[in-house]
Design a protein around this ligand. Structure first.
Ligand code: PEP
Length: 254
């Protein structure tokens, strides 16, 4: 039985003071019993990670970065390393988000290298994959996501004992648009992804890997999405920077 997971991607929103206001509202608004049903992660902007982690010292909420670089250290102006994220208190990192692919030219090869670095550094990457609207309209969505998953997981090991990575299916046409994939559309892709994981890692391990849905999740559509067999929670953007909405989405886990 896979435990549900809700991750909030704050993107480039909230300065330090606003981050503390938001996390304190979320933390105070969650009943401790919710953590029996779901893991909760927030991914603030880099400069807010340390203060948010300090604030969450005695909380069940975990923290992730929104990105990292593949190298250990060195002359990579503007980048951040896996060890830096860990030293600030992160356990997770989002990799391959479509906004990184679209605006910063990230491709599957680089994302695969980042995956390897994150895992060997003891961070748990949340690998984002998803097709564009035109790829879906041309009926190439399954092929696109299959290629992304296989390329980004090249030489990446998974294990029965320890969670090595999480996958987030985020159709690009659903991110920030208010148009979410239907539960059936998402489930179709999640079950395809589960099939690829089975090919790569075998039945047992593939059944343990969590696959999140992301793309315009809100407190109205979350219940039906999270009921689907292969949807193990959500990666939430816009609705995660409003405490009330994020709390309602977390509470919608059955
Ligand atoms: C995201 O950025 O990962 C995301 C899913 O955004 P939104 O929920 O705003 O569509």
């Amino acid at each position: 039985m896979r435990k549900k997971l809700l991750a909030g991607n704050w993107k480039m929103n909230k300065d330090i003071a606003e981050s503390i206001d938001l996390i304190s509202e979320i933390n105070k608004g969650l009943n401790s019993s919710v953590f029996n049903k779901a893991d909760v992660i927030v991914c603030p902007p880099f400069i807010s990670i340390y203060p948010v982690c300090e604030y969450l010292k005695h909380s069940e909420i975990k923290v992730g970065g929104q990105n990292m670089y593949k190298e250990t250290e060195g002359a990579y102006t503007g980048e951040i390393s896996a060890n830096m994220l860990i030293s600030a208190g992160c356990r997770y990192v989002i990799l391959g988000h479509s906004e990184r692919r679209q605006y910063f030219g990230e491709n599957d090869t680089l994302i695969n290298q980042k995956m390897e670095k994150a895992i060997t550094s003891n961070l748990i990457p949340i690998l984002c994959v998803g097709e564009t609207l035109s790829q879906r309209e041309e009926n190439k969505h399954i092929q696109t996501v299959t290629e992304q998953v296989k390329s980004c997981l090249k030489n990446i090991e998974a294990s029965n004992e320890q969670e090595k990575f999480i996958i987030a299916y985020e159709p690009v046409w659903a991110i920030g648009t208010g148009v979410n994939a239907t539960p059936e559309q998402a489930e179709e892709m999640h079950s395809e992804i589960r099939g690829i994981l089975k090919e790569l890692y075998g039945e047992d391990i593939s059944e343990q890997i969590r696959i999140l849905y992301g793309g315009s999740i809100n407190e109205i559509n979350s219940t039906d999405l999270f009921k689907m067999k292969n949807i193990d929670g959500g990666l939430v953007g816009g609705a995660s920077i409003k405490a009330e909405s994020f709390i309602k989405i977390i509470n919608s886990v059955q």
